[in-house]
Design a protein around this ligand. Structure first.
Ligand SMILES: *Cc1c(COP(=O)(O)O)cnc(C)c1O
Length: 375
């Protein structure tokens, strides 16, 4: 059986991108974000590839995601970015030796209710201005006091998250960094500030730990820089095929609502992929895709199982020809803009109907673990 839609994930590219990130932040340990099924790339194979390449830790959103990795025998430290939401989850997280990110007093209460002997490993998340999760900076002395009461608890570090790191001109990032530093002045423990955009655009955000996600999958988080510019290799190619090629006269309308009008006699291709696969209906006329090595534009509305494409630039295109929706040669960042979104959402939006194929990376640990400084 030939799959209609295939996401080919090259794990070697993810390993390469990890080394690129290490090159940018050579004194930092790397906590790789593999939440949301590794941004739709397949959490278990991606985690294994990162582990083989010597990543220092992995980050997921919640306990279920961490359990999937533990059940696949991933042994690298795993942080729960949103922490735990019940006493039961807290106990299980401790049992699985997960690092728990604690962002609020109600979560702290769950941990304090555990037996005194619990070997807890935690991060404190501070709100330096994003105003999503995190303790107010003024709570730092209270948190230090909590640690004093629990000599069994291991503090992995202090983290914060940047709201505008992808805007290299935005003064808010240095302000967040300065507030974070001031609140923690003289207080021991590793620090972590930067996601992918922070790592690339803000050298002062590269602290003891960096937390890349998007960059590992080979996308640029900065509108003004291409992935190729940064030596990042797109790890995913999303491909389908033509299942019909037909000619229509000038003035004929294509698809639901007749949203595309043929400006002249022209070939229209039908590609076997739609919003039920993760190609958002928001994609506008003109969204690029690649047929026979040539960029051609979407023509008409995205439907559940199909899209239609203007094939005037490739008159030789025929049924069965492969169609690339994004990947090498067509950056997902660029495609995403046609739906008013980001590569993050395209990747995470792929559905169960997409067939995954993982190309193996290198199996051996590279020995390129980060210099363990800064403690
Ligand atoms: C997802 C996430 C990251 C990674 O972000 P990217 O923009 O994909 O690099 C880093 N830190 C936190 C807290 C996150 O939730």
């Amino acid at each position: 059986m030939i799959p209609r839609v295939t996401a080919t994930v090259d794990l070697g590219c993810i390993q390469h991108n990890l080394q690129v990130v290490r090159g940018m932040a050579p004194r930092s340990r790397v906590m790789a974000a593999v939440k949301a099924d590794a941004y739709g790339h397949g959490a278990v194979p991606v985690a294994r590839a990162l582990e083989a390449a010597g990543v220092d830790a992995l980050a997921v959103a919640c306990l279920e995601e961490a359990m999937e990795l533990r059940q696949a025998h991933v042994v690298t430290p795993i942080a729960l970015l949103e922490g735990v939401i019940s006493g039961e989850e807290a106990a299980q997280a401790v049992y699985e030796r997960l690092q728990i990110v604690v962002h609020d007093h109600w979560q702290l209460a769950l941990l304090e209710a555990l037996p005194d002997s619990a070997q807890l490993s935690l991060w404190f998340k501070l709100d330096s201005g994003m105003h999503r999760l995190g303790f107010p900076l003024a709570d730092v002395p209270k948190l230090v006091e909590v640690l004093r009461r629990h000599p069994n608890w291991k503090l992995e570090g202090w983290m914060t998250h940047l709201a505008c790191a992808d805007e290299p001109e935005n003064d808010f990032t240095p302000l967040q960094i300065a507030r974070f530093d001031a609140a923690l002045q003289g207080i021991p423990g590793p620090r972590s500030i930067a996601n992918s955009a922070g790592i690339i655009a803000w050298p002062s955000a590269r602290r003891d730990w960096v937390r890349p996600g998007l960059a590992l999958y080979g996308c640029s988080p900065l509108p003004a820089r291409s992935a190729a510019d940064l030596d990042l290799r797109p790890a995913m190619a999303l491909d389908s095929r033509l299942i019909a090629v037909r000619e229509f006269a000038a003035g004929e309308r294509v698809g639901y609502g007749g949203a595309y009008v043929c400006p002249e006699r022209m070939p229209i291709g039908v590609v076997a992929v739609g919003y039920a696969d993760g190609i958002h209906r928001a994609f506008a006329n003109g969204t690029p895709m690649v047929v026979a090595g040539c960029r051609v534009p979407l023509a008409g509305r995205v439907s559940m199982d199909m899209i239609t494409v203007d094939l005037r630039a490739v008159p030789q295109a025929a049924v069965g020809d492969p169609v690339r929706l994004w990947g090498p040669g067509l950056a997902a960042e660029e495609v995403a803009a046609y739906a008013g979104t980001l590569a993050y959402e395209l990747f995470c939006g792929l559905t169960q109907r997409v067939h995954y194929r993982h190309l193996p990376g290198s199996q051996a640990a590279s020995g390129l673990r980060s210099a363990r400084g800064g403690y």
